[in-house]
Design a protein around this ligand. Sequence first.
Ligand code: BMP
Length: 263
Amino acid sequence: MQLPTLKIEIEDKNISIPIRQRFQTIIKEKKSNLCLSADLTSLDEIIELSNLIGKNICMLKIHCDILTDFSMDKIQELKDVSRRLNFLLLEDRKFADIGNTVALQYTKGLFQIAEWADLVTVHVLPGEGIVQALEQAAQTINESRGCLLIAQMSSKGALTNNEDYVNGVIKCAEKYSDFVIGFISQSRLTTSDKYLHCTPGVHLTNTGDQLGQQYVTPRQAIDGRGADIVIVGRAILDSINRVKTAEAYQQECYQVYEELHLS
Ligand code: BMP
């Protein structure tokens, strides 16, 4: 007699929760609105670091195209760490092409970004078709996915920082509000708390670098510029003790956030 085949479904408890809700829960549960920008060229090093700092962050941002040792096995390992230590993975791909091309860049090639990145960053420069294409492509994945629209940049002379452009970005977010969960921004763009405002260009001691990056402090980013999430890279990566520095940024960022939003 032939036995019926048993269909075993391995449930990831996170799969069914919409990404927006998951993000908000992580921030509150972990008391962290800190995103580490892990701009390192070794995925092994990122995995090692995220094992140490994962408890302090709500999100880890990477640039997969700077990695010299990328493989799907390793990125799966990073994804496992992110699930275990409860933070989101953001691929800062800054998509900026026509819909058909970005759908391929998102799902195919060496990186297969849609397979592992909870969130991606997107320029709206080519028009809203870019977001439509990514949202459609994300529907082929068995987990909740989302994106952050780049509304304003931290770098000196950024052409994104004019009112018409930003208004276009906000309109696009409203049209695709299931998939767009927030912005990369330098100011508060909407009163709706549906959108998480994520602000890079943050450093407690430096005011900029030699290549146009401009920094503000966590307090200026959150209080002055309306950030929900603070994105910090070299301030942590270049410090003598990355773990201690990440803890200090987590505390400072969440304290200011709590004063403003939760008191
Ligand atoms: P750092 O804190 O080391 O300056 O790094 C900032 C990170 O945020 C970089 O990965 C950069 O690509 C990203 N970023 C930024 O600095 N400004 C922006 O406007 C948008 C970004 O994604």
